[in-house]
Design a protein around this ligand. Structure first.
Ligand SMILES: Cc1ncc(COP(=O)(O)O)c(C=O)c1O
Length: 485
């Protein structure tokens, strides 16, 4: 294979050349290098708005890349060990949707864990695929879903030999990994593809002492959030494919939903971030890993909090753990994770990634320094001292096995009616309900609503989780399928 020069950043370089050409714009965007929108220029700076340009021959076109974007994609493919890489500007949501739409169409099955991000289920609403859920085991003490056990995947494959693909979270939001290599092998042995949601795993491709990346494990497609641990701008992402996927077909699928006006701010940020990762990712992530390890030790020394790590590894449903994830169980402090999340922001000006019923996740990245870690640790210690209480009335999250009555697409588009929350028990939901983040649906279209699910929704609302999905923003009502239809 021809090796590319990872020190190059073709999109960034083309933008620099273009800037020096001082081209007079009679094309979009209409702000014309910011002149038509002085307030925006003041906010973002002249340099930034002058790079917000349209596709044109010297800058290539994201929908059909032939020059600098294509080169940037080849560099990314090489850096991530993929056969092909596609730069994405619609978030990892668009990468996940493109994976699902590339492998399944209406009526075809995908095997997956239930604790997937809403983008996976949204993709199934779009294409009409049928989910076959593998129950991720749940750690009852922590109240978090784990990975898929190999035997559970094997059983799902045996019972659904017609499934097109197996989708795996690599890792989950909390840092938990399934045995991806074995799952890939099983899928391939049964003629299925393996897809990985690597929204939280970009650093697996560059760091040491981290779980295996999807491409190294032989997966066929991976959706990689460069804007999370990769350092690029929000909304920029990568879709990686292995040798079994046909590049042209995947490009056509991406173009079904991707904008025809790809942002050069996002594209150049992907290009520059890939260069950084290729050149110094190993040292950067080594530092992140050490910061997270240090924070974990300090937080565990406070008492009450449990910053969990590799001790959860059990060879199966927790096959590996991403030690850069600073996930902390808060229940022994007598506070729900979401309460600690709110207290850290309201009382200590610290914004963490998310809090659920029993845990928080503080995102540690290349942008952190020891002083921020110290501040987080001392704030957590203060939260315990000032607000800690008995854990008696706290609810932990339990895995509720979904009862899929109708496919997500059929349920989403079916005739429906809106009912008060408590009157929906026993009915089939036609919309999503989730806490965001993490964005893992509590209910997805087509699933039967049960009393434990309603208890959970009410408790999460009461604790202050920000909930989204339903048409009714207060989540006092839910749309359900009409019974007589
Ligand atoms: C597991 C997972 N997949 C996909 C996504 C979608 O990513 P984005 O917000 O970039 O669209 C997220 C977002 O948090 C996620 O957590």
């Amino acid at each position: 294979m021809e090796l590319h020069n990872q020190e190059r950043a073709p999109i960034y370089e083309a933008l620099e050349r273009f800037r020096q050409m001082r081209v007079v714009p009679f094309d979009v965007p209409g702000h014309k290098r910011g002149r038509g929108n002085p307030e925006l220029t003041q906010l973002l700076g002249e340099q930034c708005v002058s790079m917000d340009v349209n596709s044109m021959k010297p800058l290539d076109n994201l929908c059909h890349p032939v020059s600098v974007i294509r080169e940037a994609e080849q560099l990314a493919a090489e850096a991530f060990g993929a056969a092909n890489a596609f730069l994405m500007v619609g978030g990892t949501t668009s990468a996940v949707q493109s994976m699902v739409l590339s492998v399944a169409k209406r009526g075809e099955k995908i095997i997956l864990p239930r604790n997937v991000h809403r983008s996976v289920m949204g993709a199934m609403v779009l294409c009409g695929a049928i989910p076959v859920y593998v129950n991720p085991e749940c750690d009852n003490r922590l109240g978090i879903p784990l990975g898929m056990s190999v035997s559970a995947v094997e059983k799902a494959i045996r019972e659904n030999p017609d499934a097109k693909a197996v989708l795996v979270n690599n890792p989950t939001y909390y840092g938990i990994c399934s045995d991806l290599r074995t799952i890939v092998r099983l899928a391939h042995e049964h003629g299925m593809l393996c897809l990985a949601d690597e929204a939280h795993g970009t650093h697996f491709y560059f760091g040491e002492g981290l779980p295996v990346s999807a491409m190294a494990a032989g997966a066929d497609m991976a959706a990689v959030s460069m804007h999370k641990s990769g350092g690029s701008l929000t909304q920029s992402s990568l879709l990686l494919t292995g040798p079994a996927m046909q590049e042209g077909h995947v490009r056509q699928i991406i173009n079904l939903t991707q904008t025809t006006s790809g942002s050069y701010l996002l594209l150049s940020s992907l290009d520059i971030s890939r260069r950084n990762l290729a050149l110094r990712g190993k040292t950067d992530f080594d530092r992140v890993l050490r910061l997270a390890e240090y924070a974990r030790e300090e937080i565990n020394a406070i008492g009450g909090y449990y910053a969990f790590s590799r001790e959860l590894i059990n060879g199966d449903s927790v096959y590996d753990f991403d030690v850069t994830k600073l996930s902390v169980n808060t229940l022994d402090v007598g506070l729900a994770g979401i309460e600690v999340y709110d207290l850290l922001r309201d009382e200590y000006d610290i914004q963490i990634e998310f809090g659920d019923l029993g845990n928080i996740l503080a995102y540690v990245s290349v942008g952190d320094r020891p002083r921020e870690i110290e501040r987080l640790v001392s704030a957590l210690s203060e939260v315990r001292r000032r607000f800690g209480r008995s854990k008696a009335d706290l609810m932990t999250q339990e895995y509720i096995d979904p009862q899929v009555a109708v496919s997500p697409q059929d349920a989403f588009y079916a005739p429906k009616e809106s009912l008060p929350l408590r009157e929906t028990a026993g009915r089939v939901c036609s919309e999503f309900v989730m806490c965001y983040p993490p964005g893992i649906p509590i209910l997805a279209p087509g699933e039967r609503i049960t009393d434990p699910i309603l208890d959970y929704i009410e408790y999460a609302k009461e604790k202050g989780c920000s909930m989204t999905g339903p048409e009714n923003p207060e989540i006092e009502r839910l749309n359900v399928l009409k019974e007589d239809e």
